[in-house]
Write a new protein. Structure first.
Length: 201
């Protein structure tokens, strides 16, 4: 297999309907907002590429990448289709840019740590499979090697253009070979979708 070329992707393009406000802009101690807090967790992985999944109509987050790191903003090809649309856009870009692995982190996880993401990367690399935690399908590590990368892209396209499809990351994990790790604990996988969940986090 070629030398790993990792893109770390922050999924911050959702509509946040249940929250009632943009989850990426929620205030967090020590950071301007939750988006910046989780962006920092990705920076600590020292990836060659840092990508932000964000829609053109959404407010800018004011994020940047370290020198020498490739930074790009990705918009969904299919609107209002959930995190699977962000994953599809990232896979499409990765294949174009010759990136051969992705780590994808949703913005709404206020306790996730860079070491939790590194554990997914290391475990997935060891067996050359997708990797996530048992508790949730995100964050997820995706290796992109032939022919799986092309099969994955076709599957994502089909899911997003089929109104009857589940459009869930769980379906992706079920369809493609993956390893599921025990929860890292420390509320790392807590996600916040509503004001009540945010207040309790």
């Amino acid at each position: 297999m070629n030398t790993p070329q990792l893109a770390a992707v922050l999924l911050a393009g959702g509509s946040s309907q249940r929250m009632g406000q943009d989850k990426a802009l929620l205030p967090v101690n020590g950071f301007r907002h939750l988006g910046e807090r989780n962006w920092q967790q990705l920076i600590e992985l020292n990836p060659p590429a840092l990508w932000l999944s964000r829609q053109p109509h959404q407010a800018e987050l004011g994020l940047s990448a370290p020198d020498g790191c490739h930074y790009k903003i990705l918009a969904d090809d299919v609107a209002d289709a959930g995190p699977l649309a962000g994953i599809q856009a990232a896979v499409k870009q990765a294949l174009h840019d010759h990136i051969n692995e992705l780590i994808l982190l949703p913005v709404d996880m206020p306790h996730i740590r860079s070491q939790d993401l590194q554990q997914l990367i290391s475990s997935g690399r060891a067996v050359n499979k997708a990797a996530c935690y048992q508790q949730d399908s995100l964050p997820i590590y995706l290796p992109l090697y032939l022919p799986v990368s092309q099969e994955l892209q076709c599957w994502l396209d089909e899911q997003l253009h089929n109104p009857a499809a589940r459009r869930s990351v769980g379906s992706l994990i079920y369809t493609f070979a993956s390893v599921q790790l025990p929860s890292p604990g420390n509320h790392a996988l807590t996600n916040t979708n509503t004001p009540d969940e945010w207040a309790e986090h």
